[in-house]
Design a protein around this ligand. Structure first.
Ligand SMILES: Cc1cc2nc3c(=O)[nH]c(=O)nc-3n(C[C@H](O)[C@H](O)[C@H](O)COP(=O)(O)OP(=O)(O)OC[C@H]3O[C@@H](n4cnc5c(N)ncnc54)[C@H](O)[C@@H]3O)c2cc1C
Length: 589
């Protein structure tokens, strides 16, 4: 992966994109007053103690996309012009902030680099609030904090809807790695632009300059103007500030591994109770729940909520409480014969924690088909988000699986695809799916159920999947289908293969045992060496065989595999962490 820097505006064409301001939806337009609120004089007075007054002369750049990190900038006098910026040098005016209005979007809560440019229009006086003071402010001034955080979230939604700001991905349409990177960005709610060199003059100029080889796609222009050839997800994380430079010497009260619903709940509850929390996530926040098109059984959402929206709110909430979230940060080893405990990242760093919470959930099962990996992201999908749904507009698709997640995905896809062929091995859905979903499937005209059926072969080329072979297990009959998109929802295995070194006790399927279910206590060494007190109280309900290591959510043996259950355990574990920390000998604090 090469990393190069564009000179500002190097690829801006004479016909700039300035005139084409990407639109936002009517729904968002109607919430413009919430997106760009004007604070009252009384509210501005409340903000004073959180910031410092600064002056900027006319024309000065106050914020530089991809570079400047700040919390909130509140205009006191003059005006601040805000524009979207895409790293290639294109910009789109968004708005101007006068007295009482403020700059920023949701990245600012965590002190990540801004996605927009800002310039002083006339001489400007502004109150500059750093990220940590912004977090203190939204907690201390609850009502004002609500208005501010709502505005920050809506602005990110605006950038996402307009698909503007953030990195620019340049690749031929349909490129497999392009899809993977887009999926990574979309899962982390990062706006981005895709340009096809066949269609776009700017993209063509960029390719002529960088001469990408076959393995160099996509070219990615980061918001700071740096250009990367076929970057890894970690490169993308660094490019966006999602993956911070973590300090190996810092000892965290809690290291959370996995930012699905359970891990995010721990992050929020532990952060809100003053514990220092590092959350490490290998791909995208929200875990499996983020793949759910509509969660209808989560308390408090009578009309349902998409998993992405629920996870997005939790992610912002965790940032509000000062949780450090690193994405993508896959962990590869838990080291528990030392104290503080250590968690090793794939890139080699070892992070230290007084406690570790394993909330690493489960991963989708893959059918035993030789060439399946070749088509992943190019016809084979393990989730059905809006991106995948848009790919199969008016197409026939196959969906494999008979569980609740399969049912939800089928209903969601039926709103986009011409026909959804639901393929199941068994006789029917009754044993595996909730009744309300079965009824909905029966009521949906373009969902067709194929019982006693499985996929036995995949056909395609480098462009993607071109067809599948299906077998009826009762009759043995095989037939070919020219369906090019297959969605697999056939269950999940626990993400515990990286825990071997530490010897965390797991059941035969690999799910982690906790509390009374633990069959063999390991890592007694730390007790014998006096690192833990000999009279450590009985193992807590969510504590694993290793003292100080807890397991929650789907990865825990015997847990209820539901969002609410994971969130409940995520909250419950925090009191057990407090109890563990309170019992540590003083020397280890
Ligand atoms: C399509 C679908 C629809 C669903 N619909 C519903 C529903 O309607 N209602 C309901 O209650 N439940 C639903 N579920 C189930 C629900 O999503 C799960 O029970 C829930 O997400 C479990 O949360 P978790 O945090 O325990 O684990 P997960 O959601 O699996 O999250 C674990 C996280 O850990 C990360 N991780 C794993 N290993 C590592 C590592 N080594 N290093 C760093 N990070 C790691 C993963 O990337 C992931 O983000 C659905 C599931 C799916 C797949």
């Amino acid at each position: 992966m090469a990393n190069m820097q564009l000179t500002p505006n190097q690829f801006v064409l004479e016909a700039n994109r300035d005139e084409a301001v990407p639109p936002v939806s009517q729904n968002l337009e109607s919430r413009r007053y919430q997106m760009f609120p004007t604070l009252s004089e009384a509210e501005m007075k409340k903000l004073q103690r959180f910031g410092t007054v600064r002056t900027y002369h006319n024309g000065v750049r106050i914020l530089e996309a991809g570079h400047t990190t700040f919390g909130l900038i509140v205009t006191l006098a003059g005006r601040i012009a805000i524009s979207r910026y895409d790293g290639l040098g294109n910009s789109w005016p968004i708005t101007e902030h006068g007295r009482g209005e403020f700059t920023g979007e949701v990245s600012q809560l965590a002190g990540r680099p801004t996605l927009v440019n800002a310039y002083a229009v006339g001489d400007v006086e502004a109150l500059v609030i750093p990220p940590e003071s912004l977090r203190a402010l939204v907690i201390a001034e609850a009502e004002l904090g609500e208005r501010i955080v709502r505005a920050l979230i809506l602005r990110r939604v605006g950038l996402l809807e307009a698909n503007s700001g953030g990195p620019v991905l340049v690749a031929p349409a349909g490129h497999g790695r392009l899809h993977q990177l887009r999926s990574f960005l979309a899962s982390n709610a990062y706006p981005h632009t895709v340009l096809d060199p066949k269609e776009d003059e700017q993209a063509r100029s960029l390719c002529e300059y960088y001469q990408p080889g076959p393995d160099d796609w996509p070219l990615v222009v980061c918001p700071d103007g740096s250009v990367k050839k076929n970057p890894s997800n970690a490169d993308m994380g660094r490019c966006l500030g999602l993956l911070p430079d973590l300090d190996e010497d810092k000892v965290w009260d809690v290291i959370v591994v996995g930012a699905g619903p359970a891990g995010l709940a721990t992050a929020v509850y532990a952060g809100s109770e003053g514990l220092s929390v590092l959350a490490l996530e290998q791909r995208a926040y929200g875990g499996q729940a983020a793949a759910s098109a509509r969660i209808e059984n989560y308390l408090g959402f009578p009309t349902g909520i998409s998993g992405g929206a629920l996870a997005g709110r939790a992610f912002v909430q965790a940032q509000k409480f000062g949780v450090e979230l690193a994405i993508p940060a896959p962990t590869t080893r838990l080291i528990c014969d030392t104290y503080p405990l250590e968690v090793q990242l794939a890139e080699g760093k070892r992070m230290k924690g007084r406690t570790v919470v394993l909330s690493c959930g489960a991963r989708y099962r893959r059918p035993a088909l030789d060439n399946i990996a070749q088509f992943e992201g190019r016809g084979i999908y393990y989730w059905a988000s809006r991106i995948e749904a848009n790919l199969c507009q008016s197409e026939e698709v196959i969906l494999v699986g008979g569980g609740n997640s399969a049912g939800q995905a089928a209903v969601f896809l039926s709103g986009h695809a011409k026909r959804v062929h639901m393929v199941i091995r068994g006789e029917g859905l009754k044993a595996t799916m909730s009744t309300y979903l079965i009824e909905r499937i029966h009521a949906t005209a373009n969902i067709e159920l194929h019982a006693h059926t499985e996929i036995v072969g995949l056909e395609g080329d480098e462009d993607g999947l071109k067809g599948v072979r299906l077998r009826n297990n009762r009759t043995g009959e095989e037939r070919d289908s020219n369906v090019c998109r297959v969605f697999l929802f056939i269950g999940a295995d626990p993400n515990t293969d990286w825990l071997g070194d530490c010897g965390v006790d797991v059941d035969p399927q690999g799910f982690i045992r906790t509390g009374h279910d633990v069959t063999k206590a390991q890592c007694r060494a730390n007790f014998d060496q006096g690192i833990y007190p000999k009279d450590q109280p009985q193992r807590a309900a969510l504590e694993t065989s290793v003292p100080g290591v807890f397991a929650i959510g789907d990865v825990r043996a015997g847990s209820t595999k539901r969002v609410a259950a994971g969130v409940g355990e995520g909250a419950q574990v925090v009191s057990q962490i407090h109890a563990f920390l309170a019992n540590l000998p003083l020397a280890t604090h």
